[in-house]
Design a protein around this ligand. Structure first.
Ligand code: BEZ
Ligand code: FE
Length: 289
């Protein structure tokens, strides 16, 4: 293994990994080395560019903390997160499709009873959500765990609201025997993904917007069914066709129905104009292995 050249180094590197015991790891590393070497050759990477690339990845790693994952954000804006999701969660068009999980899910969220107000008094247009979870045949899925989280009327999640330590605009609700669940909250707004790190620099260098269309995140789990990690976007949002993390699917664009003040849903009244969002989620059975 001496006197390697630009033409022989790729096979030489791959040969050093021939004793890899894990066959899948061997497959991944073989392909990774081939693709990275091809990339370096194709663009004719200069030494200065190599230093800049290493520095970019180093700073990306240094930004990661238990509450900030700049590498996942980089994967999101490069379309890798949604590509991995597409490869691993192929579902028929009738089933509810996945979108990105994002950085704002928290597993220490409160459990709420059906119909609860999860806004914790934050200001905004009241949002009433009425959902149903069914299987492919339309049979209700009772006892499903539905996680909900979303931003406030200014596009901030509870974790970003100054002085707020308690969770808000998030929670876990279980479906009733009719597969139904409901809650009250405030209408979310569109917001920018974090732009103060290496991903922000990448987005600005490539002339891309940081703005995500408004959405309500939902994650639904039920025995015997594939977990759905998804979100619902308002059909009139300005950013539907420029989502920086490629999470918008037409089946997840929903009508956020605006109503005048007066008789609200669930037999209640509201003194303010409100938005009603109704959606049926269709679960796929677990794939047998
Ligand atoms: C979100 O929707 O919460 C999100 C998703 C990906 C990156 C940043 C934010
Ligand atoms: Fe979000």
């Amino acid at each position: 293994m001496r006197d390697l050249t630009e033409d022989t180094i790729t096979e030489a590197v791959i040969a050093t990994m021939r004793d890899t015991k894990d066959a899948r790891l061997a497959e991944i590393l073989d392909s990774l080395v081939r693709h990275i070497h091809s990339f370096v050759r194709e663009v004719g990477l200069t030494e200065e560019e190599w230093v800049r690339g290493v520095d970019f990845l180093t700073r990306t790693g240094q930004l990661c903390t238990p509450t900030r994952q700049e590498f996942i954000l980089l994967s999101d804006v490069l379309g890798i997160t949604m590509l991995v999701d597409a490869l691993n969660n192929k579902r028929p068009a009738e089933a509810t499709q996945n979108s990105v999980l994002g950085p704002f899910f928290r597993d220490d969220r409160p459990e709420h009873s059906d119909g609860a107000d999860i806004s914790e008094g934050l200001p905004g247009t009241p949002l009433f959500f009425e959902g149903q979870v069914v299987d492919r045949e339309g049979t209700p899925v009772g006892g499903a765990a539905v996680d909900i989280w979303h931003s406030d009327a200014e596009g901030h999640y509870d974790v970003d609201v100054p002085d707020r330590t308690d969770p808000a605009m998030r929670g876990l609700i279980r479906t009733d025997q009719g597969g139904r669940f409901s809650f009250r909250s405030i209408r979310p707004a569109s917001y920018p993904i974090p732009g103060d790190g290496t991903v922000g620099a990448f987005m600005s260098a490539t002339g891309r917007s940081l703005m995500r269309p408004a959405h309500v995140h939902l994650m639904i789990e039920a025995d015997g069914f594939q977990r759905v990690t998804t979100m619902l976007f308002p059909s009139d949002d300005l950013y539907l066709d420029a989502d920086p993390v490629f999470g918008v699917k037409q089946s997840l664009v929903a009508t956020y129905d605006d109503h005048a003040a007066g008789a609200g849903p669930c037999g209640g009244r509201t003194d303010e104009a409100y938005t009603l969002l109704r959606h049926t989620f269709v679960l796929e059975p677990l794939v047998a292995h």
